[in-house]
Structures are given as structure tokens and as C-alpha cells.
Design a protein around this ligand. Sequence first.
Ligand code: ATP
Ligand code: MN
Length: 477
Amino acid sequence: MSRIRIKEILKTTPTEQTITVKGWVRTFRNNSFIALNDGSTNNNLQVVVDFTTTAEEILKRITTGAAVSATGILIASQGKGQTVELKATSVEIIGDSDAEKYPLQPKKHSLEFLREIAHLRFRTNTFGAVFRVRNSLAFAVHKFFNEKGFLYIHTPIITSSDAEGAGEMFHVTNFDIANPPKDENGAIDYKQDFFGKSVNLTVSGQLEGELAAMAFSDIYTFGPTFRAENSNTARHLAEFWMIEPEMAFYELKDNMDLAEEMLQYVIKYALDNNLEDITFLSQRLEEEEKQKPQNERAELSLLDKLNFCLENKFERVTYTQAIEILRESNHNKKKKFQYLVDKWGVDLQSEHERYLVEKHFKKPVILTDYPKEIKSFYMRQNDDGKTVAAMDILFPGIGEIIGGSQREERLEKLETRMNEIGIPLDELSWYLDTRRFGSCPHAGFGLGFERLVLFVTGMTNIRDVIPFPRTPKNCEF
Ligand code: ATP
Ligand code: MN
């Protein structure tokens, strides 16, 4: 007999048909009522066991965490909170669970504790909801780009290009690190390494993505990226997933329009398909907020915040305007920023980004045209000679969620900039070739997938929206 998922069962009405369900026991009450969960929804199926006809041996083994199979008929439920329940004719124990030793007790555990048992936290309501929403968002990303005719391209994970993230890359080698081969000058001889050169894990698929866009017009990547940045924050992971579209014949405004449309599309998709889970997370967050002093509580609930994002256009502001706003703000005058904003050209800290989004505009903000000194070499130089056609999208509670730009398509300008900041042209000659052979205006951006999941689930620590977080000094499982 085939197994039916609990989510489907809970949508149906009582039938006289016999069905089978399989899942894990959340609780077992009065020797009669199993709350059974199979991960398809946070709602449990109530399985009613007749203890007068069920063997004592079986009843004893229906413990929290155990995997069981139950067969019976679906009847209208007497209890509140569910319309149907399963009247079991037989219960089979598939996998025992020692209730005394089972780390998850039917009570509230801290997120920190659950991170230590990431192999079991999937079985909690909070993480059940988070990872179902994560799944929907990933699917929605592919659906969005597919509907727009974008080509999904797989950029490499091991790369020899290190122009972008110097110092933040994880080195990949086959050498015995205690004893690597040396050349005649005593330096490590990477010619003898696996790839015959020094290579790293990718920090971004952009440069390779640009090559594909110069042939397929509209492409995107969606894959893992790695950064050895030692920033132990609630927004940084050492291994995270990034969505990077790259479009030929796009200018900065087209890029912003696409990013905004994509974010609204995937948020709407999650609301349409995961309302139950998002409502659960919204209520969870409201409970959390009650612990905080009144003036620190969020003004909007998670659901309201997501709907707000769908209904309002993002605010578009230049870096120069943003600096003016920050410099003139009471926050700055009263020295409430850790880093005071005094002159044009400074990089914005996350406290500044959050001030703009949460206090000043009170909605998502797209910041454009940053000083070229604080942005990457490949961004298109504006006519003012000072700024580049960059755009960052800032979200409430998160700060930067997207970083992107129009790319410098003019070979001479690009080479001049690379020389200015000391990037060897020969190492990136493959990249420069796109500017030699049929160059054209193009643009793209990178969306940190976990930051998006943070926003949509209302979780506050990025470690809680990826199944197995990798952060400094932490790589379990
Ligand atoms: P930040 O200033 O927050 O470190 P960044 O400027 O380094 O971000 P980009 O290099 O532009 O970010 O990367 C594009 C996107 O990838 C960012 O907008 C963000 O959403 C995400 N991102 C960057 N670094 C991380 C990280 N360590 N963990 C998770 N997501 C990240
Ligand atoms: Mn960074």
C-alpha cells in the first residue's frame, strides 16, 4: 500500500478507504493518541490507537522520535484543531527511539542548542517551516528566470581566478601541507600540485557568468560560493548560495528593474505557496518580539512586512544623496553611529544601511552610483570620473541583500582601471577577450540566497536558514 503524505491527508474529508501513513512520533498521549509528523507540514496527523487490541509490546515502542507506519481509516475528528484523524487498525514500529536519550523534548529549545543537533533540528516546527520556505524560494528563483527565458549556467566551484576576493578565498590543494614541494627559490611549487597551479574555491561566478551572457544574452547561476572572511556576524557564512544573473544589452536601470521584479516574484511565490509556514513563523516572531522592550519591537509583523514589500516600489537613491541624508541625520549629529559619516567617499557600514532602510525610508532601498574606490574593478565608470554604475539593494533587518552593477564594457577603460589597482591583465585575458570580440553593454547582480531566506522567514541569524552552517571555527556534520 502506498504512503500518503500528511499534508495531503489533512486536506481531505473522511472516507471509508483504508490508507497508510508513515512518519515520526511527536508525542503519544494516554496510550491512545499519536501526533504523527512526516515533514510535509507542521500540522501533525492524530493517529488513534486502540490500546485494548494493540499489543503491549507495540504500545511501549511508540515513543517520541520513533518512526512508525500506521494503517487505518480516516474519520472525522472529535478533537479540536483538525478535521480528520486516522483510526488505526495496525501500527508498525519502523525505527525505535529511546525517549530518555532523544535530544528533542516536547518543549521549546533555543536556536543555539538546535544548531548543535542540526541532524535533528529538521524535526522541529521552526526549522520545518524554515526549510520548506527555503525550498520554495529556490524553486521560485528557477521558475522566475525560466519564465523569462534565461539560461541556467553552472559556473565552476574550483577556480584559478582570484581577481575578486583576494585574501578571502579558500585555497584548494592536494599537497601534504606539512611538506609541500619547493622550487629552486624555496617557494611552494604549485606546478606540481593537482591542477599545476594555485587554485581556490569560488567567491562568485560572475566573471564566468559574463562570458556566458556574451553568447546566450541572459543567463543566471545559482550555486555555492565560499568566503574565508573572518566576520563572525549574523549575516555572513563561509559557505553560502548565490544567485547571479548576467544580462547582455542591459544598463543599470534594467538591472535594478529585474532585481526588484525578481525579489517581489519570489516573495509572492512563497506567500502563495507557504502561507501556513510563514504564518507560523510570523507568530513565532511576534512571541520573540514580546521579550524586547516596547521601543525596540518591530513595527510590522513578518506577514505585513512581506506584503509591504510587494505593494511598494523600492526607493532608488544615489550614494551621494544617501551620504547627505546620513550626514544631516540626527543620528549622526548626536554621534549615535559607531562610524560617523563625515565625508563623501566613505564606505557605508551596515549601521548606515539599516538607518536608511529602517529609519529614514522605511522600505527597501536601491543605492546606486558609488565611488569607484570602494567598488570592484569591473564596474562601469560613470562620466563624472568619480563614481561607477553600481547598485546595492538594502532590506529592512538585513542590510545588503543584493550587490550588482553595470559592467565596464569598454576595453580601454577596463584595462586602465585594472592597471590603476594592480590587477595583472594577463591573468584575466580570457575575461578581457569578451571586450575584444563583440563587447556590449551588460549588467548583473548577486543575491545572497540565505539573506533572502532570512528576510522571508523572519529569522535573525543566518546560521538558522541553511541546513548545515559553516562559519569560522565551526564545520560540523
Ligand atoms: P557584505 O558587505 O554584506 O559582506 P558583500 O559586499 O561582500 O556583502 P557581494 O560581494 O556583493 O557582497 O556579494 C553579493 C551578495 O552575496 C551580497 O549582497 C549578500 O547578499 C551575499 N553575501 C556576501 N557575502 C556573504 C556571506 N559571507 N554570507 C552570506 N551571504 C553573503
Ligand atoms: Mn563581504
